[in-house]
Write a new protein. Structure first.
Length: 228
């Protein structure tokens, strides 16, 4: 085994130990000594690769972002050819599929995105940049295939969906938290309802061609001035 291979094996051993601890207890409850003692890792080896807990935690966050991005990109390649709504539904669900297979990385992801250590927030956002760019690219392609309502340009629609994407994921996380025994079918139904509201709104457009225009005349005695 070469020196590089030994180094990679040592770093992977540390990562798996850190994943177990951060993915179970979160950032606040973990320290380097605990990881070393519980997982049989020498302090010399630990501090050779990572200077402190923050360095190790950011390494786990980066690995989670990288693995998630690769999984989404691979899954979306297989989704080519589906209709537009199915494509965006699958895109929003793919993250949840990934975390069903990797629950400890889900804890790290939520710790980094929802409850980040304040002094690491900027570095976490920098690590997340490739995922934001991937989201923006996908949504731009998706919006380009949509028939937008008059007066709405593609850039505005893309920004809207970027914003609503975060709300969608928060709603999905809340749903999962309230329904710990939900099955995949129930989740899909809920996703379709949320996407329907995100893409088509919740209010009836009373001025649409299929609805009669409301009476806009002011009530008698309103004192409206008229130009003649």
């Amino acid at each position: 085994m070469t020196q590089k291979e030994r180094q990679e094996r040592s770093k992977e051993e540390i990562y798996q130990a850190a994943l177990e601890e951060f993915g179970t207890f979160g950032y606040d409850q973990v320290n380097m000594e605990r990881i070393c003692g519980k997982h049989g890792i020498s302090k010399g080896m630990m501090y050779h690769y990572y200077s402190n807990k923050d360095d190790l935690f950011l390494s786990c966050v980066k690995r989670t972002f990288t693995d998630l991005k690769a999984y989404i990109e691979q899954e979306m390649e297989t989704a080519q050819g589906k209709n537009t709504l199915d494509t965006v539904k699958n895109y929003f669900l793919t993250r949840e599929y990934f975390f069903q297979f990797h629950p400890k990385q889900k804890v790290i992801f939520e710790n980094a995105m929802i409850r980040p250590p304040k002094h690491l927030a900027e570095q976490i956002q920098q690590l997340r940049a490739p995922i934001r760019e991937m989201n923006r690219k996908f949504l731009s392609q998706f919006v380009a295939r949509m028939a937008l309502r008059p007066g709405l340009d593609y850039e505005k629609a893309t920004r809207y969906l970027e914003t609503m994407g975060s709300s969608f994921q928060n709603s999905l996380a809340y749903y999962q938290g309230e329904n710990t025994e939900q099955d995949l079918h129930s989740m899909l139904e809920m996703v379709e309802d949320l996407l329907d509201m995100i893409l088509f709104g919740v209010l009836q457009q009373v001025d649409g061609p299929s609805s009669p225009a409301p009476n806009r005349e002011p009530p008698a005695g309103s004192g409206r001035n008229e130009c003649r």
